[in-house]
Design a binder for this molecule. Sequence first.
Ligand SMILES: Cc1ncc(COP(=O)(O)O)c(C=O)c1O
Length: 480
Amino acid sequence: MYLELDGQGPRYAQLIRALKAAILDGRYAAGARLPPSRTLARELDLSRNTVLAAYEQLQAEGFLLGRVGSGSFVANVGSRAPRRSGGGALVAPLSAFARRALANTDGRHLAAPAQRELRYNLQYGVPLTNPLLAGAWRREIARAAERAAPGYPDAQGLAALREQVCDYLGRRRGVPAAAADVLIVNGTQQAFSLAARVLLEAGDQVALEDPHYRGARQVFVARGAHVRGCRVDGEGLVPQALPAGARLAVVTPSHQFPTGALLPLARRVELLAWSAREHTWLIEDDYDGEFRYGGRPLAALKSLDRAGRVIYIGSFSKALFPALRLGYMVLPPALRDAFVAAKWLEDRGSNTLEQAALARFMTDGGFERHLRRAALALRARRAAMLDGLARHARGALEVVDSNAGMHLTAWLAHANHGQCEQLVAHARSKGLGLYTITPYCLRPPARPALVLGYAGLPPADIEAALRLLGRCLRETGLLQ
Ligand SMILES: Cc1ncc(COP(=O)(O)O)c(C=O)c1O
C-alpha cells in the first residue's frame, strides 16, 4: 500500500487525509481491505494508536466499514474523477457533501427494508398507530385547508403554533420559552441540519454521546465535521469524557438514546459548566420527553441554561407520528436570527396547512387528549415487554430499567458481538425483527445489546414476539 503523508499538522490527521484521497481517487476500491493497524503503523513509522484513531474516524465518516473481528474495508463512496456509468453517460463529479451522504451505510434512504415478511418487528422508530388520532387529524387538516393563508408562511413558523409550543414546554418540560425564540422545523433532522450549517465549518469537532442517535451523526459527518464519542454509563453521559475544543455537543439528558439513562442533576450542572468554559453549543435532543411511566421527572436541561448555550429540540414524531415531519427548536437569542435566515434559505418555512392544523389541535385540547391515550397504550406495551423479557429471556438479557419513551435496551449477558449477530439472523429467519445497538455506536461497546422498540405492536403480539425470542435464544445456545 503506497501512502504519502503531507507533513501538515497532527500525524493522525495526515493519515486521514492520505487515506481519504486514496479512496476518493479510486486507488482503493470499494470492498478492499485495509492493512491491519499494526502493519500500517510499521510501514509508515506511526504509532498503532495513531492508525487506530484514523481508521475509527474514517469509519465514523462512512469511508470505511468495520466488521467485527475481520478488519476495515473501503466503503462505496464513488470517485472524484468523472466516470462513465453503465449506460455510457458521463457522471458529474459530486460535492464532498454528496459523497459523504452517499457513503452513509445506513441505507434507509435507498429502499424500505424487507420488513414485510417479519411476523413481529421490534424495530425502534415504528410508531404507535391510533385510529382516533387519524380521525381527529383528518378533521383538523380539512379545516386548515379551508382557512389557512395561501401565501408563503412565516419562515420562523406560524405564530399560533409557536405560542402553543411555548405553553406546552412551560407546563410539561419546565422550559420557559417565548414564541420569538421558537423556530418550527421539519423534524429534528432538519434542526440538526440547520445547526450544522449555522454553527460548523468542515473539520470542526462535534461531541456525541456514545452510543447516540445516528440521525445526528450522519448529518454532522456529511457536513465534514469530526465526530468525537463521549462515554456513557448507567447514569448517562460521563462529563469527564467531554473533549476540549468541540464546537457543538448533542446530548439526550432526559432519556439517553438508546440506553435510557436519566442524567442526574450534578452531571447536568457539570455539562453546562463545560459548555460555558469551552464555548461549546449544546443541542438538547428531547425526543420523547412526553412519555414517562413513573419515577421523578426532571425538567429539561434548557431550564437550567443561564449562559444561553443550549439549543433545545423537540419533535412531534413521537408525540404524534413521524410522517408529520414537524418539530421545533428553542434558540438562544444570540442564534435566533441566523437559524431563521438559514431556514428561509432552505425551504421558505414549514408547510402552513400542517402547522395550522397542529396549532388548532393543541389549542382545542385534542393534542393533550391524544397524549393521555397514547401514554396509556405505551405503558401497557412497555409492561408487556418487561414481563415477556422476564419470562422468556431471564438470564440471557439484562434489561436497562428505563422509565420513558418507546424502547428498551437489553445487554446480552453471555454473548459476544458475533453471537449476537447470529441471534439476529436466526430470529429473522423465524420472522422476528431484532436490532442491535451497534449502528448507534462509534466504538463497538464491550458487550452486545439489543434495542427493542415496543410502540408498534399490541401487548399480545409483544408477548408472542418475546416467546419467540426465548426460543431463538435457546436455539442459538444463549439461554439454557
Ligand atoms: C434520539 C432521537 N432524536 C430525534 C428523533 C426524531 O427525529 P425526527 O423529528 O427527525 O423524526 C428520534 C426518532 O426516532 C430519536 O430517536
